[in-house]
Design a protein. Sequence first.
Length: 97
Amino acid sequence: MHLSTADVEHIAELAKLALTADEIEQYRRQLSAILEHFEALRQVDTSSVPPTASVLPLRTVMRADQVRPSLPTEDALANAPDREDGFFRVRAVFGEE
């Protein structure tokens, strides 16, 4: 499938990209090549392949939760530029204090 310049301009507009004429032509060629590869994949017979969410066996990579002592407050705040009542103090994001 070959994309037209208008197709690439439309995609760029949707993505809010300001492209030069050279970039539009470069992306037109690159995107067309990508779509041609997908067209080749579309021709592969997959009727005997069951739908699957993953080709790899699923396994959890998370460790089990273990209760451990936490970092002491004084150590956690040791490099804090500003603190108050045992907490990090940061500038207000919404409104003024």
